[in-house]
Design a protein around this ligand. Structure first.
Ligand code: NVA
Length: 313
């Protein structure tokens, strides 16, 4: 059995065994939700959202209800975390009532602050650096598509952001070969690259980082995300972004070139920018709604593991 989960904050804090256990549990809950319908009975989850959300909000709320728990949505009415009251006080107050805290925040330091000061588990529901709930849903989806993750080749094409960071860290931990293709100047930080390389060399996976879209090589799945993330919008940069990123658009031509059979996107998609409408809607390739559904089962597995670990195996 893998080491017990205390929080779910960043992909590189999870071992291969922990991620594999979460994937297995998510698929078990998905196949037999009735068996887990009381696993969070009597438990309350506070959900803080500093940024907008559709999938994360709904999948947590409905997933928690399916496990017999209760969730409370705390939107932006309290302003940015740490402004009206300290992050530490926020964490300590919520710990008086809630059994877990789910938070979508602007800065990773707020997630870390919550985890440091809360006496209950904290789940990162997206920050500037990571989106681990999404990466978990994506590897559940890839397991469903390909069974043996160790044989899968996954490429991410586009902006180096929270989603690509989480994907490459989780891929490297799981032993999945990963190619990251970002325009020059839009890749991840040195620190993130180094962390990924270290994890990949431990698991035996390959990690390739390039800005040459022609070097994408042969892939099973291609992933993309919006060219501008929430909080980074700047209308004056829109023209430059479109110019720089257009050669990196994920479309049928790129899929054919890489021989890829699956296209992935965390959504919301900016259709005709990072991905064509035709490919996004093409059910022969697109698994975007399977990923969206698996958000709920992945997060259910995380919450069961945090709050009722005896039932997590
Ligand atoms: N990179 C995107 C992901 C949205 C789910 C963002 O942070 O806006």
């Amino acid at each position: 059995m893998s080491k017990m989960l205390n929080n779910f904050l960043a992909d590189d804090q999870l071992s291969k065994a922990q991620i594999q256990q979460l994937i297995e549990l998510a698929i078990k809950i998905k196949n037999n939700p009735a068996d887990y319908s009381q696993t969070l009975a009597g438990k309350s989850v506070a959900m803080i959202f500093e940024k907008p959300s559709l999938r994360t909000h709904v999948s947590f709320d409905m997933g928690i209800a399916k496990l017999g728990g209760h969730s409370l949505y705390l939107g932006q009415q309290n302003g940015k975390l740490g402004e009206r009251e300290r992050v530490s006080d926020y964490a300590k107050n919520l710990s008086c009532y809630a059994d877990a805290i789910v938070a979508r925040v602007f800065e990773n330091s707020a997630i870390e602050g919550l985890a440091e000061h809360a006496s209950v588990p904290v789940v990162n529901a997206l920050c500037d650096l990571y989106h681990p709930c999404q990466a978990l849903a994506d590897f559940i989806t890839l397991t469903e598509k390909f069974s043996d993750l160790s044989k899968v080749k996954l490429a991410y094409v586009g902006d180096g952001n929270n989603v690509s960071n989480s994907l490459m860290l989780m891929a490297a931990t799981l032993g999945v070969d990963f190619t990251l293709v970002c325009p020059q100047g839009y890749g991840p930080s040195e620190e993130m690259i180094n962390k990924t390389q270290t994890l990949a060399s431990e698991s035996g996976a390959t990690f390739t980082f390039t800005s040459n879209i022609d070097a994408i090589g042969s892939q099973d799945a291609i992933y993309t995300d919006t060219w501008v993330s929430m909080g980074d919008e700047d209308a004056s940069k829109k023209v430059t972004i479109l110019e720089v990123f257009t050669p990196y658009q994920v479309n049928h031509e790129l899929m054919a070139k890489a021989g890829a059979s699956v296209v992935m996107h965390c959504q919301p998609a900016h259709l005709e920018e990072e991905i064509t409408t035709a490919l996004f809607d093409d059910e022969n390739y697109s698994v975007v709604f399977q990923e969206a559904e698996n958000r709920m089962w992945g997060q259910a597995a995380v919450l069961v593991s945090l709050l009722n670990p005896a039932l997590a195996t």
